[in-house]
Design a protein around this ligand. Structure first.
Ligand code: 5GP
Length: 216
């Protein structure tokens, strides 16, 4: 039997206490628990880099980082793919571009805004790897893929660090997924709650106090 293409974090799976890991002191009162410690995130991304590298057949790749949440994942993924380029028989150039998407206030999903659309014109004929922090319902990624199509890239793949288990999911599954997670609002490793918690290394679940403290 082959393994699923991601690590499944179960609904009633192990949660780590913030007493056992380092978290910024200013967030200690607002984190419920740690869902994925930073070391595990790093180890998983190293393997995702290998899978992406093995599956890629072009001469160059544009890594399209979706800001702001995809920033840390993109950086770590690029470093790991870069290391494989230095140490294996196959090597390809990696270019970098950025798009900013915004669709959430508090925990509510709103209308999708794409900023930096100029970057899309330069993607014509290129092999693009979209690097995203999380796919929740899948609506954002499906809209983005449709928009991207208009600019005629040669190929498009999507790597998302997280995929949420949602009953109302569109069914969209990215090409590369780090972890499938429970239907909870998560923060950390560049994922925010109203711009807070990006400076937290672990992926965590916010508590009710934190939701109120950082609500807008
Ligand atoms: P979707 O369109 O797939 O429902 O939502 C995707 C976007 O919603 C993500 O790119 C991310 O910005 C935001 N999002 C969804 N779930 C979460 C979450 O649990 N935490 C954070 N910080 N953002 C989320």
């Amino acid at each position: 039997m082959s393994s699923p293409k991601f690590i499944k974090v179960e609904d009633n799976g192990h949660l780590y206490s913030i007493d056992h890991f380092s978290v910024p002191r200013h967030y200690e009162d607002s984190i419920g628990s740690i869902l994925i410690p930073h070391g595990l995130i790093a180890d998983r991304i190293e393997r995702m880099a290998r899978d992406i590298h093995e599956g890629f057949e072009g001469e160059s790749m544009i890594l399209l980082c979706i800001l702001k949440g995809g920033f840390r994942f993109s950086q770590d993924l690029m470093n790991y793919i870069g290391a494989i380029n230095c140490n294996s028989g196959k090597s390809f150039q990696i270019g970098l571009d950025f798009l900013r998407l915004k669709s959430y206030t508090n925990e509510e999903s709103g209308e999708l805004k794409i900023m930096g659309v100029d970057a899309l014109e330069s993607l014509k004929g290129k092999n693009v790897l979209i690097v995203e922090d999380i796919v929740d319902t899948g609506n954002t990624m499906q809209q983005l893929l449709k928009t991207l199509d208009v600019y005629q890239p040669k190929s498009v793949k999507v790597a998302s660090l997280l995929l949420k288990r949602r009953p109302d999911s569109t069914g969209y599954i990215p090409d590369y997924v780090g972890f499938e997670i429970p239907n909870k609002f998560v923060i950390g490793y560049a994922l925010d709650y109203n711009e807070y918690f990006r400076d937290l290394n672990h992926i965590c679940v916010i508590n009710d106090f934190g939701k109120k403290k950082y609500a807008i």
